[in-house]
Structures are given as structure tokens and as C-alpha cells.
Design a protein around this ligand. Structure first.
Ligand SMILES: NC(=O)c1ccc[n+]([C@@H]2O[C@H](COP(=O)([O-])OP(=O)(O)OC[C@H]3O[C@@H](n4cnc5c(N)ncnc54)[C@H](O)[C@@H]3O)[C@@H](O)[C@H]2O)c1
Length: 269
């Protein structure tokens, strides 16, 4: 049975996907915060992704790494760089050094969060990060491309929308992904024989989607869930403020934080 390391395994996404992955594999749960509920197929390790030596040790013998850890809220740039730039570098470099053939990296829709919502973006869209968070997550995608070319790692970067049991507001009707659909994408990253480097959107089959996820479909992704069944309940609630930048762009409230630019530029580009 193969071993997979999950960085940031104790967080929201790690907790949601672990039960869907562990039947078929041994999981090494790596997190800087102790994980106390490791099951029979799981081993918990306390380590920081800032510590490349600890990563190399944890990664040896693994068939793949699912890299979730990082700075996931809009913190000062120093924290973003430590978690999402240096941290991502260390994870890919450690995978190379430890001989791990595959890395699945969870990026974020915030790398394109300044696009207006009426656009339908493919994987090749020019990046328009909406935050320090989105900006530094973009580095992780590029790290994946670099290590795929330079070291032959097989890398899937997933631009995740919103992971949860169900969408929670109008914007999330467009970007929601169920844990089982995200797990399907992760499985593609861990096993697809033709994967070298690919960038896909981590969204379920949502009619209101902002993204053209052809790159995922080409790899065999067939989402099982859709935000649409929750649309009536959400759309019967209060409308978004049509004048707020966050209501017009993909990134929502995070895109609005600190915005002092020209809102017209959002549409001009
Ligand atoms: N939750 C979502 O809807 C969502 C949406 C888009 C992208 N993502 C991405 O998915 C990944 C997981 O997100 P999440 O919601 O589970 O985040 P989270 O904040 O809930 O969990 C992150 C986990 O990483 C750990 N961690 C943070 N810094 C670390 C470090 N330096 N070393 C070791 N462990 C560290 C934390 O202790 C935590 O357990 C992130 O990369 C995030 O950018 C998530």
C-alpha cells in the first residue's frame, strides 16, 4: 500500500479529504499543529514547512505529497512569503530531494480574483491576484511548473474555489467544490499516467461557474456534485451590494480589502 504525505493535514481541507483517501493508502499527516485523531492508516508528524530537512525526512519513501499547508488568510506579506513562497519552495525541493514523484498543490481562485465575474477563465488566463494571499499562492503554481520541468516531478496544481459540505453564499454557488470532487482531482494528481504539469480549477459542476475547466476534463475529471441544488435557498436570501467591488469580482470580500484602485479597470482589462 502506498504512502502519501499531506502537509497542513490538520486544517479544514485536510480534515475533509482524509476520510476519502485513507481507505486505499497510508497517510502521513504533517502539520505544525499536533493532530490528535490519527486513525489506523494514519501517522501524524509535527513539522513546519519552513524546515526543509524535516520535510525531506517525512517525504522519504512516499509516492506523493498533497501540499495544503500555508498562510490561508490575508496576513502581512512576511507571513504570506514564509507560508506560501518559502514554504512552497521547501515542499517541492524536499519532494525532489526525497525522490517523491508526484506533488498535488492546492492553489486558490484568488490568483485570478480581480477578474469580473462575467468572465469565463481557462487555465491559461493571465493572473490577476486579488490579495497578498493570491499573489503568493501564484508562486506555488509556478514552483510546480518549474520542478516539473527541472526535476521531472509530476505536478497537479488545483486552483481551489471553496471547499465545504455546501456553498454558503451567492459567490460560492460559482466556486464551490465538494470534498469528494476535490478528492477526485487529487486522485488524478496522484495517479494519472500522462500528467507532467497541469493546472486545473477546483470546482464542482456548477452552472454559475466562472471557469472553463477543460484542462481538468481532459484529465478525466467528472465532478459528481453541483452547487445548483443549493441555489434556490441561497438566491432567496438578501442580494449582494451591486456597488461593492467584492460583489463584482471573482475574489469577493478578499479582493475588496485594501482596494484603492479604479473600479472601472476591473472591466477594462
Ligand atoms: N478552504 C478552502 O475553501 C480553500 C479555498 C482555496 C484554496 N484553499 C487552499 O487549500 C489549502 C488548505 O486550506 P485550508 O482551508 O485547509 O486551510 P487551513 O488554514 O484550515 O489549514 C492549513 C493547515 O496548515 C497548517 N500550517 C500552516 N502553516 C504551516 C506551516 N508553516 N507548516 C506546517 N503546517 C502549517 C495549519 O496548522 C493548518 O492545519 C491551502 O493551501 C489553501 O490555500 C482552500
Amino acid at each position: 500500500m502506498e504512502t502519501i504525505v499531506i502537509t497542513g493535514a490538520g486544517g479544514h481541507v485536510g480534515t475533509a479529504i482524509r476520510p476519502l483517501l485513507r481507505d486505499r493508502r497510508r497517510l502521513v499527516l504533517l502539520d505544525r499543529a499536533a493532530i490528535s485523531d490519527a486513525g489506523a492508516q494514519e501517522t501524524a508528524i509535527v513539522a513546519d514547512i519552513g524546515d526543509e530537512k524535516a520535510l525531506i525526512q517525512a517525504f522519504r519513501g512516499a509516492a506523493g505529497v498533497i501540499h495544503l499547508a500555508g498562510c490561508t488568510t490575508e496576513e502581512p506579506i512576511e507571513q504570506q512569503i514564509a507560508g506560501n513562497v518559502q514554504g512552497a519552495w521547501n515542499v517541492f525541493a524536499a519532494a525532489k530531494e526525497a525522490g517523491v514523484p508526484r506533488v498535488v498543490f492546492t492553489s486558490s481562485h484568488h490568483v485570478v480574483g480581480h477578474y469580473p465575474r462575467y468572465r469565463r477563465l481557462g487555465s491559461e488566463a493571465i493572473l490577476r491576484p486579488d490579495s497578498r494571499y493570491g499573489l503568493t499562492k501564484a508562486f506555488g503554481e509556478q514552483c510546480g511548473a518549474f520542478f516539473a520541468d527541472q526535476a521531472g516531478l509530476r505536478v497537479l496544481a488545483i486552483r481551489v474555489g471553496f471547499v465545504g459540505e455546501k456553498p454558503i453564499d451567492r459567490r460560492r454557488l460559482s466556486i464551490w467544490i465538494s470534498p469528494r470532487d476535490l478528492t477526485q482531482l487529487i486522485e488524478i494528481g496522484l495517479a494519472h499516467p500522462d500528467l507532467r504539469y497541469a493546472l486545473v480549477y477546483g470546482v464542482s459542476n456548477n452552472a454559475r461557474g466562472f471557469f472553463d475547466n477543460g484542462a481538468a476534463f481532459a484529465l478525466g475529471y467528472r465532478p459528481q456534485d453541483s452547487a445548483d441544488e443549493h441555489a434556490a435557498a441561497i438566491l432567496s436570501g438578501p442580494p449582494e451590494n451591486p456597488d461593492a467591488l467584492g460583489s463584482r469580482v471573482i475574489g469577493g470580500a478578499m479582493a475588496q480589502q485594501g482596494f484603492s484602485g479604479d473600479p472601472a479597470r476591473i472591466d477594462e482589462w
